[in-house]
Design a protein around this ligand. Structure first.
Ligand code: SF4
Length: 433
């Protein structure tokens, strides 16, 4: 029955033929800068010089337009190529959900669980075993994603932590990261929600980078019947504060926006400019994730319409034009089914974390492409798939960030002079499927 198996090449060709009109236009624009300048209010010279765009430049491009999409994508790709060349990076990772209990209730989340008879936290043994297995498979990052401060609302969590000798979830997270750092070849990257300055100072000792999605600057989304009403940790003021504090500490920091959760197009653009403004003060934003909302069963937003793929391309291309050619822009490849290879044409230079060993616990219904599929899809569009650590090579090379001595010591053995991880020649041979 071999003939029934859809190879990667056939999958990509089908995607290409489904989007032929867009691709033909994308390929055949004779002067992309001039074309985009004509259909917007953006100065031609500014585009030619790949200058990051301002709010007034973007004002005529706020609402996505199918006719203008190929022009916006083409120029975004040219911005990307001018600084990032023909490499698309990814971070081979293991996803470690240290706890799925959370004090908040976002309207779209299935990651969050209510306490049951299970242990509220993963044990250190299971964390380290997972990290060791991931190391053997060529992973480089231990992604700790967890619910926010569950001990503040769940006695079960508080009791468990106390019994094990920990003051808080963040205290236990430090211990878990420290163990992974010392007992495997992986570098931890943690997303535990909001933290104080002191908590970030402590956690950066054992993390190569930290992360917190801005998601959206829309205050409306915090009101009744909106996704962040029961999630005070998602309120824009709180998130912006943490992005600023992480900048003042020069911690390499991952953030991004979630599109399609009820924000308007203008609010979406405002979120991107907010990230740009904070990064221009500190230059510490490691990467910007443009993530599309996917509705999930058993959530208040299960029937909410998801953003179209064209809308995602549009938002991603605008993020490249707003943030400029140097920033690392990422779209997860597992949230757009077979369309994902086309995201390369919207100016991304990174696929983010992809795991050959664990599922995406935040989007469990959306399997990651295999590393082999990711590689072939990237190469189909003329790019080279390149592994990276949790902090991007340009950040590590420029050395403008503040890493702890423990992290620096391990890094010395792990990266080359360009900031890329030292990997064996046969790296991809691990990944036949
Ligand atoms: S998205 Fe994060 S903060 Fe919101 S409920 Fe889920 S785990 Fe908690």
């Amino acid at each position: 029955m071999l003939w029934l198996i859809e190879t990667d090449k056939i999958m990509i060709l089908k995607t290409v033929s489904k989007n032929k009109k867009f691709l033909d236009k994308f390929e055949n624009i004779s002067d992309p800068y001039e074309s985009l300048s004509k259909i917007s209010s953006i100065n031609y010279e500014k585009l030619v010089q790949h200058k990051p765009l301002s709010p007034s430049d973007i004002s005529s491009l706020i609402i996505p337009s199918p006719e203008k999409l190929p022009y916006v994508c083409k120029v975004a790709s040219m911005y990307r190529d001018s600084e990032k060349g023909k490499k698309i990076t990814f971070s081979p990772k293991v996803f470690i959900p240290l706890t799925q209990l959370c004090k908040d209730k976002c309207g779209y989340c299935t990651f969050r669980k209510e306490p049951d008879n299970q242990e509220p936290y993963l044990s250190i043994d299971s964390v380290v075993n997972l990290a060791k297995k991931a190391s053997e498979l060529g992973c480089l990052e231990a992604l700790f994603t967890l619910g926010e401060r569950p001990e503040s609302v769940y006695p079960q969590a508080k009791k468990w932590l106390k019994k094990k000798g920990f003051q808080s979830t963040l205290d236990y997270l430090f211990h878990a990261c420290s163990n992974v750092l010392d007992n495997s070849s992986l570098f931890p990257h943690s997303n535990p929600g909001n933290m104080t300055k002191q908590e970030m100072i402590k956690l950066k000792e054992v993390n190569l980078s930290l992360g917190l999605m801005l998601e959206s600057t829309s205050e409306r989304l915090t009101q009744l019947n909106n996704p962040h009403f029961l999630a005070p940790s998602k309120w824009p003021k709180v998130r912006k504060k943490m992005l600023n504090i992480s900048g003042s500490l020069r911690i390499p920091f991952t953030t991004g926006i979630l599109i399609g959760i009820g924000e308007t197009f203008s609010e979406r653009i405002d979120s991107l400019f907010t990230i740009k403004e904070i990064d221009s003060k500190f230059n510490h934003i490691n990467e910007i994730i443009i993530q599309n909302f996917v509705p999930k069963f058993n959530t208040p937003m299960k029937n909410y319409p998801k953003p179209t793929f064209e809308e995602l391309l549009w938002a991603t291309a605008l993020s490249r034009l707003i943030l400029g050619p140097k920033k690392n822009i990422q779209v997860p490849p597992n949230l757009t089914n077979k369309n994902f290879p086309l995201l390369i044409l919207s100016g991304i230079n990174d696929w983010g974390g992809v795991s050959p060993i664990t599922i995406d616990f935040v989007n469990p219904e959306s399997p990651w492409p295999t590393i082999k599929t990711l590689k072939e899809s990237t190469e189909f569009f003329g790019f080279e798939l390149t592994p990276r650590l949790a902090t991007h090579p340009d950040m590590l090379k420029e050395n403008k960030i503040n890493l702890s001595k423990r992290i620096q010591k391990k890094l010395k053995q792990s990266i080359n002079s360009d900031g890329f991880p030292k990997i064996n020649k046969g790296y991809y041979e691990n990944y036949h499927s």
